[in-house]
Design a protein around this ligand. Structure first.
Ligand SMILES: [Zn+2]
Length: 138
């Protein structure tokens, strides 16, 4: 290897010359490899963190509503709630957990699954939702 064949660490925050070794060596060590990965995927990592946080807040809002509000007379295991009330309680429509279609009788209804709570589009009314706890319904 000639002197100008020296390779440098691919971590932009480091850039130190690499000790001679394997030809495919790109980083000084695992720390530089990891730092580079974090930097490259920063946007994705940040977006995932925001998503997780948003979903966690929504889950908390839904759980509080489920515990606080009276159950529906029509559907006794559920809290029947308007979109307005949901939003007013701090539910953020951007973080909809894991969306799934669910069977409601012979209908398909849009559902949003969180860790322990499910939000279901009301099968009969526009702009209304049903909140269910996974503990009580599975
Ligand atoms: Zn390095």
């Amino acid at each position: 290897m000639k002197p100008n064949d020296v390779k440098y660490c691919s971590n932009p925050a480091c850039g130190m010359p690499l000790r001679k070794g394997r030809a495919d060596l790109k980083f000084c060590d695992a720390k530089c490899r990891s730092a580079n990965y974090q930097q490259l995927h920063k946007d994705t990592i940040d977006a995932e963190k925001a998503l997780t946080k948003g979903n966690r807040i929504n889950e908390k809002v839904l759980k509080q509503l489920f515990l606080r509000l009276p159950k529906s007379k029509q559907f006794p295991n559920y809290v029947d709630i308007s979109l307005e009330t949901l939003k007013g309680a701090g539910y953020n429509l951007q973080f909809f957990g894991m969306p799934k279609m669910a069977k409601w009788g012979n209908k398909d209804v849009q559902s949003y699954y969180y860790y322990k709570i499910i939000l279901i589009a009301h099968p009969e009314q526009e702009n209304r939702y049903l909140i269910a706890s996974k503990n009580e319904n599975t």
